[in-house]
Each structure stands twice: as C-alpha cells, then as structure tokens.
Design a protein around this ligand. Sequence first.
Ligand code: SF4
Length: 311
Amino acid sequence: MVEILRARDMGFCMGVRRAVQMMEAEASPERQVFSVGEIVHNPHVVRALETRGVVQLPGPDEVDGDIGKATAERVQRGRVAITAHGVGERVVRELEASGLEIIDTTCPIVTRAQRYGQKFVREGYHVLIFGDPGHKEVRGIVGWTVDGSGRSAATIVPDASLESLRRLVEEFPGGFPNKVGVMAQTTHKMEDFARFVANLMLLRRDYNFEIHVVNTLCHATTGQQEAAAELARRVDVMIVVGGKKSANTRHLREVAEEQGTRAYHIEGPEELEPAWFAGVERIGLTAGASTPDFSVDAVEARIRELVGAGA
Ligand code: SF4
C-alpha cells in the first residue's frame, strides 16, 4: 500500500488567509470589492473569490500613470483592496487621492518590511533588498524607499553569490555606499539570506562600512520549508502544490530536491502524471502559502486514484 504523507506545516499562511477573509467579508453581489492586481499567486483562489464578488483589476505594474485615476474609472460602485503583497507608497497615495474607499489587506509582515525600508532611507542608508526584482512584494517595498530627490534609494539584488556581490560592490554607480540597510524578500530561504549577508561582509571588511541587517523573513514560510525538508527525507517523491508564480511554492520544491528527493510543482490535480509514482512507496505532499486547502485535497484525491491508495 502506497502511503501519502502531508507536511506538518503547509498551505495558506496567516497573511494570505487574512487577506482572503478580509475581502470575502467585505464583498457582496451588490457591493463588489475590486482588488488592485492579483489577489494571491493562485488562480484557483482568484476564481473562487470572483464568485463571491471579488473582482480583479490591473495592478500597479499593468497601469501607466496614475493608478488611482485608472482604477476610479473602472470602479463606479464598491471598494478597492490592496493585496497581501502590498504596494508602494505612490500607489497608496494615488488610490487615496482618487476618493475610493480602500481595504488594505497587506500582510503585516510585508508592512513591517516596508516600514524598515522607509526608516533606512530616512536615516541615510542605501537599502539592499535580497529578492526577485520581478516580485510584487519586492517592488512594493522599493516603493517605500524614495529619498528626498524623489528617487528610490534601494537596490534589488537577486543573487547571494560572492561573485555577483563582488560585481555589485565594484560596479556600483558612484561607488558602493558606506551605510547599507539589508533586508530580504519575506519568502526567501534563511540559508540564502545568511549567505548574502556573510558574502557582503567578506567584501566590505573595512571599519567605515556600516551594515544594518534586519531579518524580514517570514516564519510562515521558513516553517513550511523546514517541514517540507523533513518530509522529503522520508518519502520517495514530493508533490508541491501552488501557483506557478508563487515564489514560496517554488522554494518548497527546491528544498525538497536539496534533500535528494524527486519533487514536482503543480497547480492542480490535472497536471499529475502516473509515471511519477511508478514503484514508489511513500509520497509526500506539501503546498505553498497561497494554496487553499481545497486544492491540496483535490491533488491528494487524484494521487489516491492514480496509485490505488484508497480514501
Ligand atoms: Fe505574509 Fe508570510 Fe504569508 Fe507572505 S508568506 S503573505 S509574509 S504570512
């Protein structure tokens, strides 16, 4: 009999659960809630919310110019919601100026990172964000690092390797700053962030270099990563459920593979392939922070069909 084991910590994190609940509580067929951009990186959740009166509008990256005006043109009646990943200060101000009623579902852990970005800049630090330049949360944090000249005083650094940081330090326009505030995308791995900080310090050992590191990592995802690693060591194959654009879901697959276990990242049960389970005795199941329970249940049910594991 093939065993299917779930990670002890997986699925919807506090921030996403809170955002979805806030939008659901406010939405009704008579008074819709319009989310400014993708609500979570999970198409199943987005579709489920649409049936409850939560409508997705283009986000800050899809709108040229004033997002408040663009949003107000589409929203005649109803409220607008800022999503769990947060947005930059300019977007908040433009939405406020449009007169629209705002529901801010930004995850408090992301808000904390934004506040640190703002504080660093006010105190004269250049901000280094170890993160994915294309990630919505990271772009939102950058939007809180605007200095007196109206420009962002932040640099997003996607790679923790010594070589790439050496290039950054040597080729920094106008010379590498002597005061840097360092933070990470909340969903990054602890080991990678530690390597980032260690490598930066190796490159700048001089006494006049001030580095202020703030741990902006989210325990929800580090806990899920530890649980995924622990489970991956006990199974033959890992199935990781979550949106393809979800960074923390992708990290769960990487963590599983680092344990030497085959791992597949899928969004739904239709992607499962019978060949993945040939000859396996134990299958591990985990899910990213934006994956709803119903997606995980559907995947587990399909695996049971494929391997004949019963209910
Ligand atoms: Fe918030 Fe963490 Fe969830 Fe991101 S993963 S939304 S930081 S609780």
